[in-house]
Unconditional design. Structure first.
Length: 131
């Protein structure tokens, strides 16, 4: 368990340094029972940020099938919103940001609620500017 947590942190470092392919691969390699939801969604987010929307959606769907708690469902909605945002599907992104915020509120996961709120507002601004 401790080793897996350290490896997740290494994947996070890859993400933060923009090494998206490495982060995606590292997160996928960590997708074992009990960890699939967070690792596959993190991999999906990296794939989306690198422009690989097909893989992002596939990984996001796989993660969704393993979510078992409101906080993980909230994170899954957040990642879905990010994928939709990259794809330019702003109505769907807005829907998933709202779902994320609502679920995060019930699970008392302020960090997820906060990042989704930023994504929501940014998407609203982009939508207002380009639509």
């Amino acid at each position: 368990e401790g080793r897996r947590r350290c490896c997740i942190e290494l994947a996070d470092v890859d993400l933060y340094h923009g090494r998206l392919a490495e982060a995606t691969a590292r997160y996928v390699s960590l997708a074992v029972p009990g960890w699939e939801a967070v690792t596959l969604d993190s991999a999906a987010m990296c794939a989306a940020y690198s422009g690989n929307l097909e893989d992002a959606r596939r990984l996001n769907d796989r993660a969704r099938a393993t979510t078992t708690s409101p906080s993980l469902r909230a994170f899954n909605h957040y990642v879905t919103a990010e994928i939709d945002n990259v794809a330019g599907d702003w109505p769907s992104a807005l829907h998933h940001y709202h779902e994320c915020i609502a679920l995060a509120g019930t699970a008392d996961t302020a960090i997820i609620q906060g990042i989704a709120s930023v994504g929501l507002r940014a998407t609203e601004l982009v939508r207002e500017t380009y639509m």
